[in-house]
Design a protein around this ligand. Structure first.
Ligand code: HEM
Ligand code: HEM
Length: 137
């Protein structure tokens, strides 16, 4: 795994540790007020990023593109904004909502870009070149 795939997998693993630490803290303190923060760090941070990493690894033609790099930076920065925003919001300060809203919309735009990258790569490929995309190792 290299390039954008490796970048996505790196942030995925970091988010899995951060999200589980928050989950453990919630369980031990019996204060579940950060449930949405934990849930989104786990599924949006860990699982979504890991799925993007695996896709870009399996389809290296898409993974090496400039659009994939742009998708990575959009996703990395906006997910960080979302998680900080969620943490502050569920910590009891609703004034952070603008950051949360903008970050969520930017993350959505990044996922829209991913839809374009992924679907155009998959449907452009002929069966023979699609098979070629599967790494031999
Ligand atoms: C060290 C491991 C983990 C701990 C201690 C932990 C702890 C918790 C706790 C205390 C809650 C709140 C439950 C409630 O109030 O109903 C929760 C909810 C949640 N956790 Fe975790 N969690 C862990 C790992 C994970 C993982 C690996 C994922 C997903 C990949 C995950 C996804 C979720 C989701 C989606 C919710 C929200 C569920 C709902 O909407 O009711 N958690 N977790
Ligand atoms: C632009 C991105 C997203 C926005 C704005 C968003 C927004 C929300 C909102 C408002 C809730 C209800 C929170 C509550 O009051 O309990 C929620 C819950 C949830 N979302 Fe998302 N979501 C986003 C992305 C995702 C993604 C990508 C996933 C899964 C991969 C996901 C999984 C969940 C789950 C499991 C819950 C239930 C746990 C909870 O209550 O926090 N979300 N989301």
């Amino acid at each position: 795994m290299k390039g954008t795939a490796r970048n996505f997998f790196t942030i995925a693993v970091i988010y899995s540790l951060v999200g589980m630490s928050l989950g453990l803290h919630m369980a031990m303190s019996q204060d579940h007020s950060q449930l949405p923060t934990h849930a989104h760090i786990m599924v949006l941070g860990w699982l979504m990023s890991a799925v993007f990493a695996v896709f870009y690894h399996l389809v290296p033609g898409a993974g090496a593109s400039m659009l994939a790099k742009i998708h990575f930076w959009i996703a990395a920065l906006s997910s960080l904004g979302m998680f900080i925003g969620l943490f502050i919001l569920y910590g009891g300060d609703p004034s952070i909502e603008p950051l949360l809203g903008v970050s969520a919309m930017v993350y959505f735009a990044g996922t829209f870009l991913f839809a374009f990258i992924a679907l155009s790569a998959l449907w452009r490929a002929s069966p023979a070149s699609a098979a070629h995309h599967i790494p031999a190792e």
